[in-house]
Design a protein around this ligand. Structure first.
Ligand code: ATP
Length: 342
């Protein structure tokens, strides 16, 4: 979705109010500067991109081939360049629901990330038409990951480990640019090949500089980290951290492994599945293992407990995935039943 600036507060206000040198509501001075530098770099890129927008109707330049996907805010078309014939994905955002600033923000975040094998490549072409804004990226023709996750089954283990590795690497890359992705879910993971060996992250409309103050504006979903569901530490909101993405990665890996969500919302006294998970995490007893977690191997338990730690400061970073590759993440046939009887 395109950037919505109105819900967000600049970080300097939080720093001034708090007055602390070392730790600004969970954010170190260094982390705060990293976020501020990312925000300034994006502002510069947006100002330059605004001057180089192509003013044309899309069909003057590109031939529409078919619809690739439809989001809440825009649609993505497979197009070919009218002169060269090159196939491209064109994301089109209607002006009635997207401001120029929101469009430039999403366009420039994609561009600022540069080349990464697990991030959809952005081409530096932005188009302003009478009723829409558009930008171009590489097309990925096997759709998004949601269609590949078999309900109650998930994905084959080698594919889960491939997807997890690539997504962790993409998120690490985004974090190294001082940004937090904030929208990890299967619909934003595009699949390059039918076996799901190669995936790419797309849709940077929710990506924000580290430390941006944010409040939850709608009901939480399974991927929403619990610190965002709690009352914010500052009136303007929570300073966002890469730990939000680590939580979402943990939930996504669980979905890929099992074909279930671990819970609907990470809210105690509202969601019994989340409550059961917390009980199991604090007791560590096999008899407390919640039903959706049957079938996972010890390596997956440890990995997911780390990524799904309710305390953001204790939560494992996304790169923790690397320490668990090549190990079994699911029990073999029969082992799962045994574990349930323990
Ligand atoms: N480069 C691409 N190649 C192929 N398909 C794509 C590409 N980019 C997006 N899509 C498809 O289009 C869908 C919508 O795209 P996108 O998520 O960018 O839109 P959105 O309006 O921002 O969505 P959301 O409702 O999640 O905010 C994706 O789920 C995907 O299926």
């Amino acid at each position: 979705m395109p950037g919505k600036q109105s819900e967000e507060e600049p970080l300097e206000e939080a720093a001034a109010e708090d007055g602390a040198e070392e730790n600004l509501v969970g954010l170190t001075v260094e982390e705060m500067h990293q976020g501020q530098e990312a925000a300034l770099a994006l502002e510069d890129m947006m100002a330059l991109s605004a001057q180089t927008l192509v003013h044309a109707e899309v069909d003057e330049l590109y031939q529409e081939v078919r619809l690739l996907g439809q989001g809440r805010f825009g649609r993505v078309l497979l197009v070919t360049h009218r002169q060269k014939g090159t196939a491209l994905a064109l994301k089109q955002l209607p002006k009635k629901s997207t401001s120029l600033r929101g469009f430039l923000y999403e366009f420039c975040v994609g561009l600022s990330l540069g080349a990464h094998s697990a991030i959809v490549a952005a081409y530096g072409i932005g188009i302003e038409s009478a009723n829409s804004y558009s930008f171009l990226t590489e097309p990925i023709l096997h759709g998004d990951l949601i269609a590949f996750i078999q309900p109650k089954v998930g994905l084959p283990l080698p594919a889960v480990q491939c997807c997890a590795t690539q997504l962790a690497s993409a998120l690490e890359h985004i974090h190294s640019h001082g940004l937090v992705y904030r929208d990890l879910k299967p619909e934003n993971v595009l699949v390059y090949d039918p076996a799901c060996w190669h995936v790419k992250l797309t849709d940077f409309g929710h990506t924000r500089p580290r430390g941006t103050l944010l409040r939850l504006t709608g009901p939480p979903i399974p991927y929403t980290a619990p610190e965002l569901c709690a009352p914010p530490p500052l009136p303007e909101g929570l300073p966002i951290q890469p730990a939000l993405d680590a939580w979402a990665l943990g939930v996504l890996v669980f979905c890929l492994l099992t074909g279930y969500f671990p819970w609907d919302q990470p809210l105690v006294e509202v969601d019994p599945f989340y409550e059961d998970f917390l009980i199991w995490q604090s007791s560590g007893q096999p008899q407390d293992r919640p039903q959706p977690w049957f079938g996972l191997a010890p390596a997956a338990d440890t990995l997911l407990w780390g990524l799904l730690d309710p305390h953001p400061q204790r939560r494992s970073p996304v790169c923790a995935i690397k320490g668990y590759l090549g190990q079994p993440w699911k029990q073999q046939e029969g082992e799962a039943e045994q574990l349930g009887k323990e």
